[in-house]
Write a protein that binds this ligand. Structure first.
Ligand code: ASP
Length: 341
C-alpha cells in the first residue's frame, strides 16, 4: 500500500470508529427556562434573540462537559448555573419576589445511577442554589434542608453568603407590584382566606436541566424563585424529588416547570418515569400524557424536559410557551420559546 492510500485507510478507520463510538455512547442534554403565559407581541425579535443566546450558552455549557466524557451531574449543574446567573430567568439573579419583597430560592438535583438526591428550600442568601442542593446530596446524610438551616450548612461547607438584594431585578419587582394590585382588586376576605394571591397566569422563568452522559448515567436539576407574591414560606415542586425533579437510569430524567401545587399533587416527574418503566412507554408518550391528559384537565399548567438512556429528548408543555433548548450527540440542536416554532 502506498503512503497516500495508507493515510486514507487510517483516516477512514478513525472516522468509522468515532461514529460507531457516538452510536454506542449517545449523550444528550436538554434545558428549560420556565413555561408560562407569554405574549409574542411583547417579545420583540431582539429580546427573543437575547433569551435564545442565554439558552444556547447554558446548553453548550452542559454539552461541553458531556462531550469531554464528564458526568451528567456536572453537566446539569453547569447548565443550570448559567441560567441562575442570568437576570432573564426566575432562579438566582432574576428570581421573583415574595409578598414580603424578598427572594426565597428552591433547588434540587437527582442522579439516575444511584438515586442520590439533594434539595434546598427557602434559602435567601445562596448565590447559586443548585450548588448547595448538590452539596446536600454529596456532603450530608439528608436529602432536603430548608431556610436558615440550609444556610448554616452552607457556611459549614465554606460558602460565602450573599445579600438577598443580589437577586433583585426591576422587572420582577414590577411583576410583584402588579400581582399585589390584582390581589387588592379582588375580594380581600376570600383572597386572604384561600391564599389565592398566587397568580396561576404566571410568567415563566424557573430553570432546569436533564442529561445523559457517555457512561449511560442520567441526572436532573431544577432551580427556582418559586411564584411571584408567594407567602408563608410557600414551597413549590422544584425542590421536591418526584414532583419537580426525578432521575433514574432505568427510565428517564425529568425537570419540571409550572404551577407547582399541581406538580406536587400529581407527582409529575416521577409519574412520567413510572409510565416509561412500568408501561414501556416512550418518554415522548409518557410526558405528553402527563402534561396534556393528566394536568391540563385539572388546571395544572406547565411543562417538562425529559431525557432517556438512549439520548431521546421530549419537551412537552401545555402553556403558550416554554424556554427550552437541547443538544445531543447525534448533532441535533433545538432552541425554542413558543409552541409554534
Ligand atoms: N414550579 C415553580 C413553582 O411552583 C414555578 C415555575 O416553574 O414557574 O415554584
Amino acid at each position: 500500500m502506498n503512503k497516500s492510500k495508507l493515510s486514507l485507510a487510517l483516516w477512514l478507520s478513525a472516522v468509522l470508529v468515532t461514529s460507531a463510538e457516538a452510536k454506542a455512547t449517545p449523550f444528550a442534554i436538554a434545558i428549560h427556562g420556565g413555561a408560562g403565559t407569554i405574549n409574542k407581541n411583547e417579545f420583540p425579535p431582539e429580546k427573543q434573540q437575547a433569551y435564545k443566546d442565554t439558552l444556547q450558552a447554558a446548553v453548550n455549557a452542559g454539552y461541553q462537559v458531556l462531550a469531554q466524557g464528564g458526568s451528567s451531574q456536572q453537566a446539569v449543574i453547569d447548565a443550570v448555573m448559567v441560567l441562575e446567573n442570568s437576570p432573564f430567568f426566575n432562579a438566582g439573579v432574576g428570581a421573583v419576589y415574595t409578598h414580603d419583597e424578598e427572594h426565597e430560592l428552591d433547588a434540587s438535583i437527582m442522579l439516575g445511577h444511584n438515586r442520590q438526591a439533594g434539595a434546598i428550600t427557602g434559602v435567601k442568601r445562596i448565590k447559586n442554589p443548585i450548588l448547595l442542593a448538590n452539596e446536600v446530596m454529596q456532603n450530608s446524610v439528608h436529602v432536603m434542608l430548608s431556610g436558615q438551616g440550609a444556610e448554616n450548612f452552607a457556611i459549614q461547607q465554606g460558602y460565602q453568603l450573599v445579600d438577598n438584594s443580589v437577586f433583585d431585578t426591576e422587572h420582577r419587582y414590577q411583576a410583584l407590584q402588579r400581582a399585589k394590585q390584582k390581589m387588592l382588586a379582588k375580594d380581600q376576605k376570600q383572597y386572604q382566606a384561600k391564599h389565592l394571591n398566587l397568580d396561576s397566569n404566571y410568567k415563566m422563568g424557573t430553570v432546569g436541566a436533564v442529561a445523559l452522559d457517555k457512561h449511560g448515567n442520567l441526572a436532573a436539576a431544577t432551580s427556582t424563585g418559586g411564584m411571584t407574591n408567594k407567602r408563608f414560606n410557600r414551597i413549590g415542586d422544584a425542590p421536591i424529588i418526584g414532583a419537580g425533579t426525578f432521575a433514574e437510569n432505568d427510565s428517564c430524567a425529568v425537570s419540571a416547570t409550572g404551577h407547582g401545587e399541581y406538580f406536587i399533587r400529581y407527582n409529575v416527574a416521577a409519574d412520567i418515569c413510572a409510565r416509561v418503566k412500568y408501561q414501556g412507554l416512550t418518554i415522548d408518550n409518557a410526558a405528553n400524557q402527563v402534561i396534556h391528559d393528566v394536568l391540563l384537565p385539572v388546571g395544572g399548567t406547565g411543562g417538562v424536559i425529559v431525557v432517556d438512556s438512549q439520548g431521546n429528548i421530549a419537551m412537552p408543555f401545555n402553556t403558550a410557551g416554554m424556554y427550552r433548548a437541547s443538544k445531543s450527540s447525534t448533532g441535533e440542536t433545538q432552541i425554542k420559546i413558543f409552541k409554534d416554532e
